[in-house]
Design a protein around this ligand. Sequence first.
Ligand SMILES: NC(=O)c1ccc[n+]([C@@H]2O[C@H](COP(=O)([O-])OP(=O)(O)OC[C@H]3O[C@@H](n4cnc5c(N)ncnc54)[C@H](OP(=O)(O)O)[C@@H]3O)[C@@H](O)[C@H]2O)c1
Length: 384
Amino acid sequence: MTATFITGGTGYLGSYVVADLIERGAFDRLYLMSRTTGEAGVEKLWKAMQLHWTAEKFYAELPKIELVAGDLHGPGLGLTDRARERLLEDCDSVLHVAASLNRKSSKACFNANLRGTLSVAKLVRDIAEARGGLRRFGYVSTTAVSGEREHEVVTEDASIDWDRSDYDPYARTKKFAEHMIRELLPDLPIVILRPPTVMGDSEMSQTAQFDMIRFYTWMVDAPAVPINGDTRLDFVPANFVGSAISELFTKPELAWDCYHLSAGEGAKTAREHEQVFQAAGIRTPFFVPGLNAPTMALSGQLAGAPRGTVSLAASLMKVFLPYFSNDVVFDNTRVVTELGRRPAPFTDYCVDLYRWVKSVHFEYPYAPLPARPAKASAATRAAE
Ligand SMILES: NC(=O)c1ccc[n+]([C@@H]2O[C@H](COP(=O)([O-])OP(=O)(O)OC[C@H]3O[C@@H](n4cnc5c(N)ncnc54)[C@H](OP(=O)(O)O)[C@@H]3O)[C@@H](O)[C@H]2O)c1
């Protein structure tokens, strides 16, 4: 039997990875770590997978998935001895996708992204020791590890720079997590996968992740935006990122051990975004780059105001504006060479995405889990 252990499979990108791994038939079994198991865990998984699968498909594939109770915050990931033994016995690879993306909370990022990744690294080491080797350890990181930059094309090898400041606790902890993995597991086959800003899907309008696209629609609807029209925006669709993670994780040989899953120099400028909205008859804002510094300063102050719409808007501005205004793109030569494909340009689908997220008021219309067919209920049990 071939099996792998995955963290974060119930999240937005994780759901794409799980769907793609199953479609590829890469493993007989996926052990998905989740804080929620049993029937509630199956419901949570359905919430994630309904973006990709009908209920019928979900129940058909469910027997290949085993939910393993675990938490990045817990000692030893909170795994029971029995679950740990099974992972050591069955899994020849680990894919670590889970993280806290709470850019405002040092505590959440520290606990999930550092303490949690340390526990995952220790489990990987134990699996490799128990089995006398490991096929691969995949770590989903982020291009945000490259820190504060402006007007640059960043390559994988030039990304980590310890003399550079980080945007936020999320970027800082993901950066140190990469370092920790490399230091602790120097002899194991590791692949680090760094998506840039992920928004929407180039093949459907629906998304289940709204933070960044909410900010994007605000910018489209604003009378003026504090960015330069020539700024390149390295935004990629989740379907490209999910399938790239899945393929790079399962490919027998890889030429490199770190990949940007980005648009690179194919990234479109803000002005090219403006053109597709105008062509669709949607009014667009003026570019006023001179407002960037005052906007950042003001949002820094207002983000600390008592909880409310103003502080929320200011926090979003403070956290996301640098990703829209700094004109930084991430070289994607490696991923394009390795996979022979590149992400669809964001401008191909941004208008449909914009219209859809507004039509659902930034909330995915989740469907409840339909009744389980009699045959499937016996097949899947959550490991305690
Ligand atoms: N989305 C992007 O734009 C983007 C861009 C670059 C990189 N990334 C990276 O991609 C990965 C996935 O991001 P995403 O957007 O899919 O995030 P997401 O939708 O928020 O999913 C996060 C996943 O992590 C799990 N998780 C969080 N805290 C946990 C804990 N304490 N214990 C166990 N599991 C925990 C969540 O499980 P629950 O279901 O239990 O909450 C969920 O499955 C992350 O490593 C992120 O750094 C994302």
